[in-house]
Design a protein around this ligand. Sequence first.
Ligand code: COI
Length: 365
Amino acid sequence: MKSQEISVTYTTSPKQKLPADQLVFGRTFTDHMFVMDYKKGEGWHNPRIIPYQPLTLEPSAMIFHYAQSIFEGMKAYKSKEGKVLLFRPEKNFERLNHSNERMCIPRVDEGFLLEALKKLVAIDKDWIPSAEGTSLYIRPFIIAMDPYLGVSPAKEYRLMIMMSPVGAYYKEGLNPVSIYVEDTYVRAAPGGTGTVKTGGNYAASLKAQELAEEKGYSQVLWLDARENKYIEEVGSMNIFFKIDGEVVTPKLNESILPGITRRSTIELLKYWGVPVIEKRISVEEIFEAYDAGKLEEAFGTGTAAVISPVGKLGWKDRVAIINDNKTGELSKKLYDTLTGIQTGKIEDPFGWSVEVNVDEILAAE
Ligand code: COI
């Protein structure tokens, strides 16, 4: 795979870029995209960078009917000195193959994909915003392509990477969001697809999300499918609680998405010497800690959201207002440190930042 040349076709009509203060999440896209095809017997082939454009698919394409697809979410940043940085991209591509495995999609060479991504980012480098709180969101995804209505793994796939200059994921920014604990619908069950990034998980979450919004909340907190008792994750994030000086987060299981920001948060807390434990946590325990005045902070972690403080937690007829509905000290420190490392503002003691050598890549073109 490595030996395959990535062909490049440049756009002849570059698009207008929005000013940084008008950037929202995922509404506008850069000038180019990466595309690669798979055919059984031929493998992944024809890697190419082309102008961002619509797809032409048969109505019978399998993706439309049985949802065999996966995706990833990652970001590129521009440092003050103009360096282009990716954050732990190898972890995203490792997870992409974990998702592929569960969804019967053929593996992709992770090293080659990183090479392709770097080339795409280098070509669209002028799309990386640098204002505070902005970044270039990167969405790799794979869809089943065969025109066929039988239920079976496809024989043809298309992998694409598109990119979107973004501001904060939530309209609240770093201000606290409100979260409703869902106790009727479930996101994922043991043995299901909860640990992988596949569109169906998100489609299944929409009903509860809509109901939570009707109640005035911005996100749903999911409980386990077996007992409706243990905390799993939030709509688009993993979740952490600071209780009596100790940080707790649900231990990964058969239905929780293994977030890369989750993992980085745990590693940062350990590095700082802040006690952090991964364990099964019931929603009752959280409300007991709240009643005892020990629930100090709650926050979500995710690529899109980074660190998102939770100021209000609703569950049945109970409401917990956390840290006076203000951004907590630890949430702020985590946000500043993670975004500081991501944007090259502060030193990266972990080797998480991967620089894209734009000049070298473009010179080789
Ligand atoms: C991400 O954080 O990158 C996600 O994929 C979550 C979401 C926007 C679906």
